[in-house]
Design a protein around this ligand. Structure first.
Ligand code: UGA
Length: 472
């Protein structure tokens, strides 16, 4: 085997594990991806791709059976690997803490298989001190200290752009407390940090290049663990902050887009993650904000700021629901078109999706829903089965058909350039309530809509009047 090619095991084939495994193969390593879900492994072995992610089908097709294998057998994979990346779930526990039982179980199993020096790398988002617990579990299972190290290499990829984020990261963070582990981790990422990968004719393109390769930041394991939690919490705070400002904009009649642009032009603040809307969701921010707050509590510190971040985020959904009420007056028997179910555009993930909570509130009030999402309908149907009150349709115009109002709940690209004339004809009343601010209110006015969004002045159809429509 060529000396730069490392033998890597990735435990977990969720969003992070599967993408990391495919990308490690793409940059030249020999990868085994392990999952304890037989059906998922069978799908992956047979050429299936269980998640919706750009470039992933291409990378898996390119490397399957050559540089990447799938198995349920953690023991043998761990025996062969020089590095084992642990990317299993760390769901939210009862008190907001991260439930680390999967990490614990994997660590014990790995311990039983180690025969040569191996680096166990935390890739899952875990609280500070997890590396020490993993180290203890492995030592307790009788593995000699010189046979292993535990390192932290948090992942910052976003769902929907995961492959490009992985191969063209803002930074790679490796936290290791031993030079031997650090040297191996540097080697893993060498094709990206040297820029060599970007020279390949078939490399996945993105912001990084041979002349501007991915920087690597080397830290202690604890600092790496904290960087991940603190980054997610900070981004969530940015979103809640802009949502709170959006609510002030609504109260005083200013436009949040102008305010966000003005704030974001300050390079110390930056323009990203300042999109007001119905709040953040997904499998990461809600859980990580809670877990980080718990970490602070455990070391005797109040991080109440994070409690406020969570509160603003949840209030944002309720405010949006009230906005719908302000436009429709009553709910029972109303037909509502819904565009978007996923927690954000570009993914089929519905975990903690604000869209689902809003739909459930509306259904509880007796509304009938016609929903469309480019990728997340199948998953949503498992949670909210199709019936007389919940219909899944095949395009945005069908969602609008005879609806009393149309809601935009996810920022999918394809929702940005709908045929507004056609949509208008389909709707029973030309009312659009946009939880993602993807349309320009002036344009909506021109097309004759009553258009409500977040933190921007409402556009009212000439037949309606402001006094009837109490927009709060
Ligand atoms: C997030 C982080 O952005 C990644 O860096 C991190 O690796 C990942 O969590 C993780 O810990 O695994 P992700 O959950 O995929 O990634 O999604 P984001 O693009 O960050 O969006 C999160 C939520 O915030 C979505 O519901 C999105 O709609 C919302 N959002 C985002 C806003 O409401 N406004 C914004 O300006 C940006």
């Amino acid at each position: 085997m060529d000396n730069s090619r490392l033998s890597i095991a990735v435990v977990g084939s969720g969003y992070v594990g599967l993408v990391a495994a495919a990308c490690f193969a793409e940059i030249g390593h020999q990868v085994t991806c392990i999952d304890n879900d037989d059906a998922k492994v069978a799908t992956l072995q047979a050429g299936g791709v269980p998640i919706h992610e750009d470039y992933l089908p291409r990378l898996l097709a390119k490397h399957r059976n050559h540089q990447i294998q799938f198995t349920t057998d953690l023991g043998s994979a761990a025996r062969e690997a020089q590095l084992i990346f642990v990317a299993v779930g760390t769901p939210q526990g009862k008190t907001g803490n991260a439930d680390l039982s999967y990490v614990d179980a994997v660590a014990s199993e790995i311990a039983r298989s180690i025969r040569q020096y191996t680096v166990i790398v935390e890739k899952s988002t875990v609280p500070v001190y997890t590396n020490e617990w993993i180290r203890r579990v492995i030592a307790r299972n009788g593995v000699a200290a010189e046979l292993f190290d535990v390192a932290s290499n948090p992942e910052f990829l976003r769902e929907g752009t995961a492959v490009v984020d992985f191969l063209h990261a803002d930074r790679i963070v490796v936290g290791a407390d031993s030079e031997q582990a650090l040297a191996l981790l540097r080697k893993v990422y060498e094709p990206l940090t040297s820029g060599e990968y970007y020279k390949a004719a078939d490399a996945v393109r993105g912001p990084r290049s041979a002349t501007s390769p991915t920087p690597i930041l080397e830290t202690s394991t604890k600092a790496a663990e904290l960087i991940k939690h603190a980054s997610n919490a900070f981004l969530a705070m940015k979103i809640s902050f802009i949502n709170a400002v959006a609510n002030i904009c609504e109260a005083v009649g200013a436009d949040i887009e102008q305010v966000a642009q003005g704030m974001g032009s300050d390079s110390r603040i930056g323009p990203r993650f300042l999109n007001a809307g119905i709040g953040y969701g997904g499998s990461c921010f809600p859980k990580d904000v809670a877990a980080f707050r718990y970490v602070a509590e455990q070391v005797g510190l109040d991080f109440n700021l994070l409690g406020e971040v969570e509160k603003i985020n949840l209030d944002q959904r309720v405010r949006f629901f009230q906005k719908i009420r302000s436009a429709l007056w009553t709910f029972r028997g109303k037909r509502i078109g819904v565009l978007g179910l996923a927690f954000k555009g570009g993914t089929d993930d519905i975990r903690e999706s604000p869209a689902l909570e809003i739909i459930q509130l509306l259904m509880h009030e007796g509304c009938r829903i016609a929903a469309y999402d480019p990728a997340a309908m199948e998953r949503t149907a498992e949670v909210i089965p199709a019936d007389d009150n919940m219909q899944y349709v095949h395009d945005p115009y069908e969602a609008a058909r005879d609806a009393d109002a149309l809601l935009i709940l996810t920022d999918w690209e394809e929702f940005r350039d709908l045929d507004l004339g056609r949509l208008h004809d389909m709707l029973r009343y030309p009312i659009i309530i946009d939880g993602r601010n993807i349309y320009d209110p002036a344009r909506m006015a021109k097309h004759g809509y009553t258009y409500l969004s977040v933190g921007r002045p409402a556009t009212i159809h000439p037949r309606e009047t402001l006094s009837e429509l109490k927009i709060s």
